[in-house]
Design a protein around this ligand. Structure first.
Ligand SMILES: Cc1cc2nc3c(=O)[nH]c(=O)nc-3n(C[C@H](O)[C@H](O)[C@H](O)COP(=O)(O)OP(=O)(O)OC[C@H]3O[C@@H](n4cnc5c(N)ncnc54)[C@H](O)[C@@H]3O)c2cc1C
Ligand SMILES: NC(=O)c1ccc[n+]([C@@H]2O[C@H](COP(=O)([O-])OP(=O)(O)OC[C@H]3O[C@@H](n4cnc5c(N)ncnc54)[C@H](OP(=O)(O)O)[C@@H]3O)[C@@H](O)[C@H]2O)c1
Ligand SMILES: *[C@@H]1O[C@H](CO)[C@@H](O)[C@H](O)[C@H]1NC(C)=O
Ligand SMILES: *[C@@H]1O[C@H](CO)[C@@H](O)[C@H](O)[C@H]1NC(C)=O
Ligand SMILES: *[C@@H]1O[C@H](CO)[C@@H](O)[C@H](O)[C@H]1NC(C)=O
Ligand SMILES: *[C@@H]1O[C@H](CO)[C@@H](O)[C@H](O)[C@H]1NC(C)=O
Length: 756
């Protein structure tokens, strides 16, 4: 069932076939046949009538089929462009809907004989009066007929063309995706071949197009612009892709739009062009909507196909949204202009479809403002709520607006995409269950969340999940966090959440009041999302994490180490940059577990002289009991047992201190004790983590890359997550070193995702 829906959706998005399929597809192409009928109808009604005027819309077509003179005149008109065809005759019969018309091509051909025999010019008809039915065929001017044909081919043909142009925009993205699939999957499937691409052409391409930030460094870091107008700049490749999209949109909005001299359908050239552009932009905007919504979903199959992450798709989502909004504004402005000119603006605006079109446009405008980076950062949850409501209004408005125009099937697919994502999200939540999880506040900066997971739920190295803390104040919020498998308890995953200003701060305050700063909270977890990088096929894989970026990086490198145990040639390196020694506490058990692996770990402590929370050192090893961390002695006892379990052979010199000593520096005596304590703590850390190299100070990314390239005996992959500036610096340095003298293949994989 689901498979079928995806196939249908895929066809809507990428294939033209639905356009040709008349059955089941509410949009019917006008084609040359309807164009001919409308053209003849308008021309003939401007010279005379054959049946008594009627208010019934279908009567017009009944008259053509049923009245000999009307049919003859129509045949004369159609014949000018050889349009006495089965298509046209069937269409006329159909357009007479309630009259059960059954004229045949032969009938029209017979009538044509009468037209040539009996038709008269209006001037030749006695007592000719344009609003009184005549009883002879009316002779038409062939060059005027041809003009009407041309006018309608342009006017109605524009609807058909617009559909193709709209699909061309989607197909542009389809082409981009195909190239991305080839480029990104080949790194996974044919690493040997990809590794050979180190020549000048591939290096130039990678150096100037596929790898760098748009200008210099800023990709994950925002471009500052008076704070309120801060914005994210897409990478250079993303920018090029978007530039192509923009250029194509502009081209497509004007393509094949031309004025037919003396056009009888429109009063002026301006009106004709305005109408063509209005129709064009409205249709292309609608056709872009399925992709717009698909890009925004967490369960977007394109993420899996292209190996692009959610943040990349959100970047495209933003730009496609902007383009759609611009198209909608042009569409609305052109129609407003036409309605005002003809003086029926007020009347038209009362029509339901226009009321909803207006609502959708306004909702779109609100989104353009409320989606700004500044607002996303400052009030993410409010941003999200308003965004969802406005997006629903936009889609709902579009639905009603196009319902009778034949485009509603596009909106159906938009709704299907959105509902599908939501359904999968709910499914994932229930699939995981709602376990009670232990939440511990560590080092005053990080929440450690230990979540029991069901056996069938496989965690993904480098993956992340969205967590709901089921407390009354925040259960509706879902926040993304990377996870690692627990080192101590199997079938548990651990999330490390840096305390920031929203939910995490709420939990921080909540836990601060708890004895031992730990408690159990029921959570809901949606995942896993994301995937590991192709680092496994490089001779050296460097994993660089900053601060709380470590969990995903860690789980990936550990997974690699386990799987490449036999591959003695591969070097695995882990670099972790943290501010203070206390940051090690919350990741201590994982650091200890690195002991028996082939991973060469280096930790940089950038502010080694900061010693907040030193007293929490005793909490560096896991608390297995659910009892609160009431007394230090008790904890140290537990620790000793665990220490053995974890394979720490040496006996620790217990660090004993009492409560009063927590406040440093009040007297010389105390500060001396404090300094003593600090040295002892650092020494003990270094002793317990003797398999890790410690460095103090901030690493220079340029040097780090240069050194790694030198040391490697082949290709090098850098995988990183951490502070945006750090990630951008590393990307920049990798780009600068692509054409290293030894011709080693370098790759950069970013696991940091910034969408807010
Ligand atoms: C894929 C991914 C993995 C992540 N993994 C980790 C991790 O392992 N450890 C860690 O400490 N942090 C991680 N983060 C960051 C983490 O999601 C945010 O710090 C957290 O959502 C902030 O919650 P808050 O309500 O306390 O933040 P606020 O103080 O309200 O906001 C802080 C910042 O986080 C952004 N933010 C808030 N809510 C969301 C949300 N639902 N989705 C995306 N961004 C949001 C805001 O725009 C703002 O820039 C990850 C982010 C992403 C995108
Ligand atoms: N997939 C994801 O998207 C994902 C996953 C996990 C975490 N995160 C988010 O990523 C962020 C992690 O950062 P954090 O806040 O924990 O980090 P942080 O504390 O701000 O920084 C960590 C360390 O990185 C150093 N550093 C910063 N810029 C550097 C540079 N250009 N070169 C070298 N070192 C640099 C800092 O040194 P100084 O002390 O000298 O500044 C500091 O020691 C968090 O906001 C977290 O929420 C995202
Ligand atoms: C058309 O046919 C239907 C059913 O065959 C009949 O009910 C209806 O009255 C007919 N309409 C006309 C205008 O003859
Ligand atoms: C052609 O005209 C003649 C004479 O008016 C009429 O009897 C005949 O039915 C017409 N034929 C057609 C096909 O309209
Ligand atoms: C044409 O016919 C209409 C309606 O039958 C009548 O009102 C009008 O006066 C006529 N015009 C001329 C010029 O006879
Ligand atoms: C047909 O119309 C054109 C312009 O509208 C005119 O120049 C031409 O003379 C007309 N032809 C006939 C046969 O009346």
């Amino acid at each position: 069932m689901i498979g079928f829906r995806w196939i249908l959706l895929f066809l809507c998005i990428f294939g033209n076939p639905l356009v040709h399929a008349k059955k089941g597809a509410p949009y019917e192409k006008y084609g040359s046949s309807k164009s001919a009928i409308y053209a003849c109808n308008l021309y003939i009604s401007s010279v005379g009538i054959f049946c008594e005027p009627s208010t019934d819309y279908y009567a017009t077509y009944a008259c053509i089929c049923q009245n000999d003179n009307a049919r003859a005149t129509f045949a004369g008109c159609l014949n000018v462009k050889n349009q006495i065809t089965k298509d046209v005759v069937d269409d006329i019969n159909k357009m007479g809907a309630t009259y059960n018309l059954s004229c045949t091509v032969q009938d029209y051909k017979d009538s044509l004989q009468n037209y040539t025999k009996y038709a008269k010019l209006p001037s030749e008809i006695e007592n000719y009066n344009i609003s009184v039915p005549v009883n002879v065929p009316i002779k038409l001017n062939d060059s005027t007929t041809a003009l009407y044909f041309r006018a309608y081919d342009q006017f109605l043909g524009n609807y058909d063309n617009s559909l193709y142009y709209g699909l061309a925009l989607t197909e542009y993205f389809a082409l981009v995706f195909v190239l991305a699939i080839i480029a990104n999957w080949s790194k996974v499937l044919f690493p040997k071949i990809v590794g050979k691409f180190t020549g000048p052409i591939s290096n130039t391409y990678r150096k100037y197009i596929s790898l760098p930030a748009f200008i210099r460094r800023k990709k994950t870091q925002e471009q500052v612009f008076f704070k309120v107008f801060d914005f994210l700049v897409p990478s250079r490749l993303e920018s090029l892709i978007l530039f192509g999209f923009l250029a194509l949109t502009i081209a497509v909005s004007g393509a094949n739009i031309k004025y037919i001299e003396n056009d009888p359908v429109f009063a002026t050239k301006g009106q004709a062009i305005a109408r063509y552009i209005a129709d064009r932009t409205g249709i292309t905007a609608t056709l872009n909507m399925p992709l717009l919504i698909l890009f925004a979903g967490r369960n977007n199959f394109l993420q899996w196909l292209t190996r692009w992450d959610f943040a990349t798709f959100i970047c495209y989502h933003r730009w496609v949204a902007r383009v759609i909004f611009l198209l909608v504004v042009v569409h609305a402005s052109c129609f407003t202009h036409l309605y005002l000119l003809r003086g029926y603006y007020a009347a038209e605006m009362k029509e339901t479809f226009l009321v909803w079109g207006t609502i959708a446009t306004v909702a779109g405008g609100i989104i353009m403002v409320q989606g700004m980076l500044f607002l996303r950062r400052a009030w993410y949850e409010i941003f999200l709520l308003v965004h969802i409501i406005m997006a629903a209004l936009f889609i709902g408005g579009a639905w009603i607006h196009v319902e009778e125009l034949g485009y509603v099937w596009i909106v159906y697919s938009v709704v299907a995409v959105w509902c599908f994502d939501r359904a999968v999200r709910v499914g994932r939540l229930f699939w995981f269950g709602f376990p009670k999880s232990e939440v511990i506040l560590l080092a005053d900066e990080t929440l450690k969340v230990i979540v029991p997971k069901p056996k069938y739920w496989k965690s993904v190295p480098g993956g992340h999940a969205f967590i709901h803390f089921l407390r009354p104040s925040c259960f509706w919020q879902s926040h993304p966090f990377t996870f690692t498998d627990s080192k101590v308890r199997g079938d548990n995953i651990v999330l490390y959440c840096k305390v920031k200003g929203g939910v995490t701060h709420g939990l921080y305050q909540y836990l601060s009041t708890h004895p031992g700063k730990t408690t159990k909270i029921r959570v809901a977890l949606e995942g896993p999302y994301g995937e590991a990088t192709p680092a496994k096929s490089y001779d050296t894989a460097n994993f660089v994490a900053g601060g709380n970026g470590i969990p995903g990086i860690y789980s990936e490198v550990v997974d690699l180490a386990r799987r490449s145990r036999e591959n003695s040639k591969q070097h695995l390196k882990l670099t972790w940059i943290v501010r203070e020694y206390k940051s090690l506490y919350w990741f201590y058990e994982e650091l200890i577990a690195l002991k028996d692996t082939k991973i060469e770990t280096t930790i940089y402590v950038t502010k080694p002289n900061l010693f907040n929370c030193i007293e929490e050192f005793n909490y560096r090893l896991p608390i297995i009991t659910n009892e609160p961390r009431s007394s230090d002695a008790e904890i140290n006892e537990i620790k000793d047992e665990e220490r053995k379990e974890l394979g720490l052979e040496f006996k620790t010199t217990d660090i004993k201190y009492n409560e009063e000593k927590k406040h440093f520096g009040s007297s010389d005596d105390e500060s001396e004790d404090q300094a003593d304590l600090q040295i002892r703590v650092v020494n003990q850390i270094k002793a317990e983590l003797s398999h890790i190299q410690f460095k103090e100070g901030r690493p220079d990314m340029e040097e780090l890359v240069k050194q790694e390239v030198e040391e490697s005996n082949g290709s090098v992959a850098f995988v990183t997550c951490g502070h945006p500036v750090m990630v951008d610096d590393l990307r920049y340095s990798v780009v600068q070193n692509l054409d290293n003298p030894d011709g080693k293949r370098l790759d950069f994989f970013e696991q940091l995702q910034v969408w807010a």
